[in-house]
Structure formats: C-alpha cells, structure tokens
Design a protein around this ligand. Structure first.
Ligand code: ADP
Length: 229
C-alpha cells in the first residue's frame, strides 16, 4: 500500500495552461480532467463561484472580474495556496493561473514548499480576431460550468446543457468591449510568461487554431511523455 501511494504521488504532474481568453484552455482542462484524471483548477471558475455565493472573496474580486481586469496577485495566491493544501499529491491542471510573473514565481515557491514543481507550461496560442469571434459565441452552463460555442460546439437543445440540463448563459465579461480589454491585459501581463517558462526550459507551444481534438491529442502525448520520465 505504501509503495502504491508513493508511486502515485511521484507521478503527480503540475501542468500550467495559459493563452489568450478564448484559446480553448478551459475546454482542454475539462478534457484532461475527464479523460486523464487531472484535478481541473480554474481560478476564473473559483472567482465566479465566490461571486455567485457572495462570499467575502467574491465581494472583493467582483469589480475586477466583471471589468476584465486582473484580481490582485495577493488575493489570487491566498486562494491558490489553500487549494494546494487540500489537493496534495494529485495531478493538477492550472487553467488561467498563473497570469502574471509574480503569480508564476509564487506558484514555483508554494510548489517547492511541497517538494513539487511545474512540470510543463503550455501556451495555447490564438490570434486576437479569432479570440473575439469565439468568445462572443461562447455560452456556459450555469449549473456544471460546461462550455459550449454556438458556432462549432452548440448544445443539442438551444439554451440547455447536454450533460445536466442546466441553463446556458453568456458570461458578463464576454461582451466585445470587455473581451478587447481582457486581450489587452493578456498581452501586457500574461504573455511575459512565455519568456519566464522558456528560461526554465518548461515551455511548450500549441496552436489553439488546430481545433479541440487535435490540441487534446498533442496535450495527451505531452502528458504521456512526462509520465514516462
Ligand atoms: P478567460 O481566460 O476566458 O479570460 P477566466 O475564467 O480564466 O477567463 O478568468 C475570468 C476573470 O477572472 C479574469 O478576466 C480575471 O478578472 C479573473 N482571474 C482569473 N484568474 C486570475 C488570475 N490568475 N489572476 C488574476 N485574475 C484572474
């Protein structure tokens, strides 16, 4: 038993997915969870949940999330540290975190304190025009958070989630003006992560325009390679 637990612990991976809003990282993270057993950790989802429950964190972050700005690094790091404490030893896909250099350095630090590290940081890249096109037709389930796109992955029944029957809605930050602001924030704050992870030799780039299934194939091969190290 001890040996089995030890080997499971040793094979736990920490995978960072980053890229512009609309690049499909949330969808890929869902696939990594459903097909490869990762814990899907989306800071955006965590904040939306706090906002809908009107918790103190939700009240503090709402203004940033609704306007497309970034939640302050200290708030984000406090939420992430608590999450890591609860999920020690599991393979995790970080979706939408880190989003700034201080967050990336903070993640390295909290993982190192747990004798772990980021195994790979994957940039899912996409042009701004394609991101806007995708996000304006994005819809999400209010109940289970599954993501749909009215153009290329619509639900079977309009307005209703295929999986749980929940109501589909458009995120408040998916209007064109807010999307443009989020892209601006992405270019100035998050794209510098490319050099950060390149300097650590941990960066892999995938073309987000390849489509959901092809992107997932590339990711699965990457995960297989890391597990076989
Ligand atoms: P997307 O990647 O599609 O823009 P997310 O669901 O990842 O959407 O994030 C939605 C919003 O939540 C962001 O615009 C930002 O306000 C906030 N947020 C999420 N993750 C972070 C983070 N790591 N740092 C700061 N703010 C964040």
């Amino acid at each position: 038993m001890a040996t089995r637990l030890r080997s499971e612990f040793m094979s736990a991976l920490n995978l960072v997915l980053f890229g512009p809003p609309g690049s499909g990282k949330g969808t890929q993270a869902e696939l990594l969870r459903d097909r490869l057993g990762f814990v899907h950790y989306s800071t955006g989802e965590v904040f939306r949940d706090h906002i809908s429950r009107k918790t103190p964190v939700g009240v503090a972050v709402e203004q940033y999330v609704v306007s497309g700005g970034l939640v302050p690094d200290e708030t984000v790091m406090a939420v992430v540290s608590a999450f890591l404490t609860d999920h020690a030893g599991r393979s995790i896909v970080f979706d939408g975190f880190p989003r700034t250099i201080p967050q990336a350095a903070g993640l390295d630090k909290v993982l190192a304190e747990r004798s772990a590290a980021v195994d790979v940081a994957v940039l899912v890249d996409l042009s701004d025009d394609e991101a806007v096109r995708r996000l304006t037709s994005r819809r999400q389930c209010r109940r289970c958070a599954k993501i749909y796109n009215l153009s290329f992955s619509p639900p079977r029944e309009a307005g209703k989630c295929d999986d749980c029957g929940g109501e589909l809605y458009q995120r408040r930050d998916d209007s064109e003006a807010v999307i443009r602001d989020r892209l601006g924030v992405y270019h100035s704050q998050t794209r510098p992560l490319i050099e950060f992870y390149e300097a650590q030799a941990r960066l892999t780039r995938i073309d987000g325009a390849l489509g959901r299934d092809r992107v997932f194939e590339v990711l699965s091969e990457l995960v297989d390679g890391l597990k076989g190290r």
